[in-house]
Design a protein around this ligand. Structure first.
Ligand SMILES: [Zn+2]
Length: 455
């Protein structure tokens, strides 16, 4: 089959731009539905909405896939010094506590700072900067938390490095091993401004009163799936996904209505390309929005278990796309680099294919790469050259306005062009993936306790 790529590209970008439903989706997901903590009624409502959109786009097998989620909820989290309430969010999966204990300033939680206060830490509430200490070998925050807990701190207040009293939900543990990743003791986050006060008060021997009412339980949650069947190689598949859930209390405009909507729009454009122009992908293209990325990737992990016994040729994950225009893709493993770059070059937009120097466990590409599947993500909040809206996630101010409508249209157009090209690349032209799960495990062992580079 000869494809007229010029005509196809023109059609795709016209449809991605003028037929766009991005604005409608943002209104529904961020404003009508709002925060979408996995296993909540709002998450289910979002999942039903997404399934409806997959059906409208003509996807085959559009469905919710239920699984049992190991989840957590909190009803109350408060801290005060004397009568003054302190800015506070609990860590995700913070265990319950009701404490009053002296504050100890543990600096950045690095070894020299710990040595300076070690005799005071037992029974204390430690205050620690979350940022990396300048000029010091970077130590992941989860290891610094663990060391404070090991030294006897009964709780930890982490100081957010953003200013203006912004506070984010943070995660404990190393998500490279999500099964065991937990905060090592009750852990909460305060703002930079209140962190400054707490450090001063620690020097004056003041006490912090801290209450977290939380519980752990299991509940059903839902991934959403659908696909466009390939016309040439039915046993082969490509994958595009992104998580639809959020942390507590945030509408998730950037994290991750942006990625969810780019999945919906890419599916819509490719579905319509087939129904209106008769152009189908060569391989199957599977679409999914995942539950529970914010809860240790449990949704994507379930998806991989159910659907990836045969490895997809490539799984692209979309998360926090409010990072500026699409710049390219970032692979986990190197063997597809030249191949993907060659296909990007046919699009003539200067898009680049990069390879992360470490295995990156910050989003739903991780459960794929952990199984040795070729997985990619895009430019994200921590990379250089992104714009300011990508600084919002895991906080209430990550609202609908943080999603950039025109950029999301571009993502859908570029992803549709790229996936269609890759789907028509004959299987024998793809470099073989020889990455085993064992090789990934060995590499993870070598990379344990390192901070993943941000550029
Ligand atoms: Zn996210």
């Amino acid at each position: 089959m000869e494809l007229d790529w010029q005509a196809i590209d023109r059609w795709i970008f016209g449809e991605a731009w003028t037929g766009s439903k991005v604005r409608d989706h943002v209104d529904v997901l961020c404003e009508q539905i709002g925060p979408r903590w996995a296993s909540s009624a709002a998450e289910k409502e979002a999942a039903e909405y997404i399934r409806g959109q997959f059906v409208e786009s003509g996807l085959a097998g559009a469905a919710l896939e239920e699984f049992e989620l190991d989840t957590w909820a909190y009803d109350r989290a408060e801290a005060s010094v004397g009568s003054m309430p302190i800015d506070l969010l609990p860590y995700n999966r913070c265990p319950p506590c009701k404490l009053e204990a002296p504050l100890v300033d543990a600096g950045f939680g690095t070894p020299h700072a710990l040595d300076a206060v070690r005799d005071k830490l037992k029974g204390s509430i430690a205050v620690m900067h979350l940022a990396l200490e300048p000029f010091t070998t970077p130590v992941p925050a989860n290891i610094r938390l663990q060391r404070l807990a090991d030294a006897g701190a009964v709780a930890i207040v982490a100081i957010d490095s953003k200013d203006g009293r912004r506070v984010e939900y943070h995660n404990g543990g190393d998500w490279r091993e999500p099964e065991t990743a937990e905060p090592p003791c009750p852990a909460v986050t305060t703002s930079r401004e209140h962190g400054g006060l707490l450090r001063r008060w620690a020097g004056e021997g003041k006490k912090l009163r801290l209450t977290v009412e939380s519980r752990f339980y299991s509940a059903p949650a839902h991934n959403v799936v659908g696909q466009i069947k390939g016309s040439r190689w039915p046993a082969e598949k490509l994958m595009l996904g992104g998580h639809h859930d959020t942390v507590y209390g945030t509408p998730g405009g950037n994290d991750n209505a942006s990625g969810t909507i780019a999945v919906l729009e890419t599916a819509r454009v490719l579905g319509k390309l087939q129904s209106e122009l008769g152009v189908a992908p060569g391989m199957d293209i599977c679409f999914a929005t995942y539950s529970a990325e914010e809860q240790k990737f449990q949704g994507a992990s379930e998806y991989v278990r159910r659907h990836c016994g045969d490895k997809p040729r490539l799984a692209i994950n979309l998360d926090e796309l409010s990072a500026g225009h699409m710049k390219g893709v970032v692979l986990a493993f190197g063997h597809l680099r030249d191949f993907v770059q060659a296909h990007l070059d046919t699009m003539s937009d200067g898009l680049q294919c990069h390879v992360m120097s470490q295995l990156d466990a910050t989003s739903d590409h991780y459960p794929f790469l952990r199984q040795g599947i070729d997985a990619a993500h895009l430019w994200r909040w921590r990379f250089r050259g992104r714009h300011a809206d990508s600084d919002y996630h895991h906080e209430p101010a990550d609202s609908a306005d943080k999603l950039n409508v025109r950029e999301t249209k571009e993502y859908a157009g570029q992803l549709a062009r790229l996936l269609l090209r890759l789907s028509h690349a004959a299987p024998e032209t793809w470099p073989e993936n020889e990455v085993t799960r064992e090789a990934v495990q060995a590499r993870l062992g070598r990379e344990r306790e390192t901070v993943v580079r941000v550029y």
